[in-house]
Write a protein that binds this ligand. Structure first.
Ligand code: ADP
Length: 662
């Protein structure tokens, strides 16, 4: 039983900062009282780690007591919760030093920054570890009985957080530390006397602490009463293992546990970073988009600090465009008590995030590579270390069940990943490699790299067309000249694609050129150029007439290099947006200015030639005017846009038919 200070007890006063910290902790964390258990277990785990580290070089360090672990005992009658470990323990001076001053460097920094203004100081607490003093969140009195490893005397440290503590000799079997919490006599604290509450807290915060955490449980009544030690935590943190030591089955099982998904992930990557930073991560690519998560824009990464759970949905570690990634990240460099505000400002977090992004993209890259390789043979992939890594990173290994294909990923999450082209300039090249489009070469999903490999001799640019559907893209008149030359055209049928290429601009040193935008400067021979200029000169009269007649509808009229079969088409100016996207934005009430386009006419087309011949004939002026309007309207219809005045269009067409049919 515990007794209050005896005559032998030495009385010490806390250093001033300790009092300040104590009151700050108690005043700021009272809504998160439960963290005391996490903090004390973390201390116990550190003490065990220190001992096993010692035992590496000194075999006698463990003695007979070789089974390292943490034990939690509840005494409901005495209202105590005791957290015990058989770790390094503390002697007299260490108790005084560690628990009576501010030993911990994080806490010391906190103390230095405190202003004395409680309001401002409460904001500081989230940035530093609070450690041992969190015991006073639930306890009115805390006793620490400890015996140092290798020593034979034990000491009892005790305090009621009233500005002082006592130290006196005590008894303890074997090395280690007991932290005895005398819970406050408040209904609030009663819950911590319940087995199931403690069990849940251990599982929530400390499931992956590598030492066993056992809870003493009693069953039966009176003489029949038996006590047993139940291990509460899982114990092993999969991600903390050496790279390559995780099987695909283990990763899948962990993924299901983490996400409650019933399907295996498409891919995973395990990575460890050592050196300047110490961290580990295990990231997953789900097979299906978890709708609520995507809509909520919550990140699926869980943050641990030294194997101790700290935060769910840690969006500070993963940019929005990777919000489909799930997994855990474990840092050795952050304090346990981190807050979101702290993470947003902290430099360490930025460095961690960089690693997470890098490995998430690598996971995708490896899945894409594997999908290519799978085309030839069964997946028998080696570790996909990208090479050229910065020091200290041992790379990563991503594995996926053989059935996983990159196309599966792309169909689920492609539209989200595309956001990264704008959002993450630093990784733009990396992201560009991961983009997929269909093209005039077929309905498969092609990468830009595949396109580049297929480029024709003399072809300098990557051509694409944005359209509301594949069918619309295929029948777009804008592709005629490109098709004539055998150039492949990428089909961009997602409305966001317009914006994506705008951010991309080029790939592999080749610019991305819209088939229906700006000037399409196709490479041409001197002879071709001469012919074109000659025709343009000959068409000047018609161009002038068309500009007059259509001045309300189009920005300009010019001769095209795009067309072979159609008489005319409409193109968007250099910075403009495609008409189907414009309609879409209008439908969503976006306030966008009226956009006039450019009418391009095909000099080789008989209709254009005939109109040109009539352009100077005053007697045929009305026919030329009708022809101009019809040219414009049919260009709209050909690209899938509505005509502005269908009744007018029908009247003109009828007039034309009547003449044509005599
Ligand atoms: P931190 O754990 O963040 O260093 P704390 O205030 O929680 O800060 O603890 C202060 C110090 O007390 C620790 O650094 C450690 O040296 C010592 N200590 C705390 N708990 C234990 C324990 N169970 N066994 C051994 N030493 C401990």
């Amino acid at each position: 039983m515990t007794e209050h200070a005896t005559e032998q007890a030495e009385k010490h006063t806390f250093k001033a900062e300790v009092n300040q910290i104590l009151s700050l902790v108690v005043n700021s964390l009272y809504t998160h009282k439960e963290v005391f258990l996490r903090e004390l277990i973390s201390n116990a785990s550190d003490a065990l780690d220190h001992l096993s580290f010692k035992a590496l070089t000194d075999e006698s360090a463990l003695g007979d007591d070789t089974e390292l672990g943490i034990r939690i005992t509840v005494d409901a009658d005495a209202r105590t919760v005791t957290i015990s470990d058989n770790g390094v323990g503390m002697g007299h001076d260490e108790l005084a030093e560690n628990l009576g001053t501010i030993a911990h460097s994080g806490t010391r920094r906190l103390a230095e920054q405190m202003t004395g203004d409680t309001g401002a100081d409460v904001n500081l607490i989230g940035q530093f570890g609070v450690g041992f003093y969190s015991a006073f969140l639930v306890a009115e009195r805390v006793e620490v009985v400890s015996r140092k490893a290798g020593g034979d005397e034990a000491w009892r440290w005790a305090s009621t957080a009233d500005g002082s503590y006592t130290l006196e000799p005590a008894e303890r079997d074997g090395r280690g530390t007991d932290v005895i919490l005398h819970l406050r006599k408040d209904a609030d604290e009663d819950e911590f006397l319940r087995d199931w509450v403690l069990r849940d807290l251990v599982r929530k915060y400390s499931d992956y602490v590598r030492h066993p955490i056992r809870l003493r449980t009693e069953t039966g009544e009176g003489d029949e009463k038996t006590t047993s030690w139940e291990q509460v935590n899982k114990g092993s943190a999969l991600w903390a293992r050496r790279k390559g030591d995780i099987t695909a089955e283990q990763a899948t099982e962990f993924y299901k546990h983490l996400t409650h998904d019933w399907e295996a992930p498409l891919a995973h990557i395990h990575f460890k970073v050592e050196g300047m930073q110490e961290m580990a991560g295990l990231l997953f690519l789900p097979r299906r988009a978890p709708m609520e998560a995507l809509a909520r824009r919550k990140s699926g990464v869980r943050l641990f600090v030294k194997r101790v759970f700290v935060m769910d949905d840690c969006e500070e570690l993963l940019p929005d465009y990777l919000r489909f990634v799930r997994g855990v990240v474990d840092s050795d460099d952050l304090p346990l008590n981190v807050s979101r505000e702290f993470l947003q400002k902290d430099k360490t977090t930025a460095a961690i995030r960089k690693q997470v992004v890098r490995h998430a993209l690598r996971m995708l890259d490896e899945l894409a590579d594997r999908a290519d390789a799978d085309a030839d043979q069964e997946a028998q992939t080696e570790d996909g270390d990208g090479g050229g890594d910065d020091g200290g990173d041992d790379g990563g290994d991503a594995k996926a069940p053989p059935a996983a294909t990159y196309a599966d990923f792309w169909r689920q999450f492609g539209p989200i990943l595309k956001e990264g082209v704008h959002a993450d300039q630093a990784n733009r090249e990396q992201i560009a490699k991961l983009l997929r489009f269909t093209s005039s070469e077929g309905d498969e999903l092609w990468s830009l790299a595949q396109y580049v490999l297929r480029m024709k001799d003399g072809q300098e640019s990557i051509y694409y067309v944005t359209a509301p559907s594949r069918a619309a893209a295929e029948s777009s008149p804008h592709l005629e000249a490109l098709r004539d030359r055998g150039y492949e055209v990428l089909y961009m049928t997602d409305p966001i694609d317009e914006w994506v290429v705008d951010g991309l601009r080029e790939f592999d040193g080749k610019s991305l050129v819209a088939a229906a935008k700006g000037a399409l400067d196709l490479p041409e021979s001197d002879e071709e150029k001469e012919q074109r200029e000659e025709k343009e000169g000959a068409l000047e009269g018609l161009l002038g007439r068309l500009k007059d007649v259509l001045s309300g509808d189009v920005e300009d009229v010019r001769v095209t290099s795009r067309l072979t079969d159609s008489p005319a088409c409409l193109v968007v100016g250099e910075g403009g947006i495609a008409p189907h996207v414009e309609r879409l934005l209008r439908a969503q009430n976006a306030d966008i200015p009226e956009q006039k386009r450019i009418l391009e006419i095909n000099p080789a087309h008989p209709v254009v030639e005939r109109l040109n011949a009539l352009a100077g004939d005053d007697a045929r002026s009305a026919d030329v005017e009708d022809g101009a309007h019809l040219l414009y309207d049919q260009a709209l219809i050909a690209e899938g846009s509505p005509v502005a005045d269908p009744a007018q269009f029908a009247r003109r067409l009828t007039r034309l038919l009547r003449t044509a049919l005599g």
